[in-house]
Design a protein around this ligand. Sequence first.
Ligand SMILES: [Zn+2]
Length: 330
Amino acid sequence: MTVESSQDAAPIHRNPGSEPGLRHFEGFEAVLAVAGFPVLISLTIGIAILGIHRGMDPNLATLGLIVAGYALLAVAEQLWPLHRSWLHSHGDLRTDIGLALTNGVIAGMLSPILLAAVGVAAAWLSAALGSGLWPANWPLLAQLALALFIAEFVEYSFHRLWHEVPWLWPIHATHHSAPRLYWLNAARFHPIDLFAVGSLKMVPLAMLGAGLPIFALVNLFSAIHGAYQHSNVPVRLGPLNWIFSMAELHRWHHSKNIEEANTNYGGNLILWDVIFGTRFLPDDREPPEEIGIEDLPGFPMGFWANIASPFRWKQLSEEAADPNAPDAAR
Ligand SMILES: [Zn+2]
């Protein structure tokens, strides 16, 4: 895969599926577009911090809020969809549920082991330095902001590598094979992809000695932001699109046009894209409704075929390039 990603680079070809002009929202849709994400993220993070201050278990407090946030988004999509064509399954729903459950179990089992191992190294480091490096005396909200900024560097780097190093792309292709965007796409990742990025982005935080509440808050933020980033509801964040890697930016990242898709690598924050020149948000047209991988229209939709896809990439990509072939992997 090649890259032409910066908004400063050569002019990006207009996607044939995108109409000129920005869509105008009215009534409650307009309110939802502007306020939906800021209100949901403020409420969930605010309630979690309040709960942690009152002695609640951080993981338990955030788990309940994640479930509530997902439920709200799923209902909002049905009531105020951005695209009606994204409301129904395109053969992807069962696979997305399977990947969400698999990734949840793997992350729940392996991440604590990895972080415990890093914690030993962190304890040695802080003993050698005479004190911990993490600013544990800061307010939790400020600690969360710092943690997101640091973790995002790892997430941005891996995400960009998946796209720009050809032999790593098969690990990430499952995510881009999504034929539509909706809240559950936040979990449509190959388990290797999700585990690598989800765990390794926490490593620098563990090395610096961040506490359990910070890990829980980063997880909560990533879960709510990830679901909203992929959601099928109107979003208009204005200047906040210079801070968060929210839906208006991320929908371009799912474009079939490779020049548009190799941009906006940020998971939660767009700041590293701004720093490295890969942020892309045209102000004269909407992101395409038709999404996916241009070269692989017959990419398999099944759960096991997706799990196997990085290991049989050559055969699969030959079959998927021609969806009419008798053996096309489905
Ligand atoms: Zn991607």
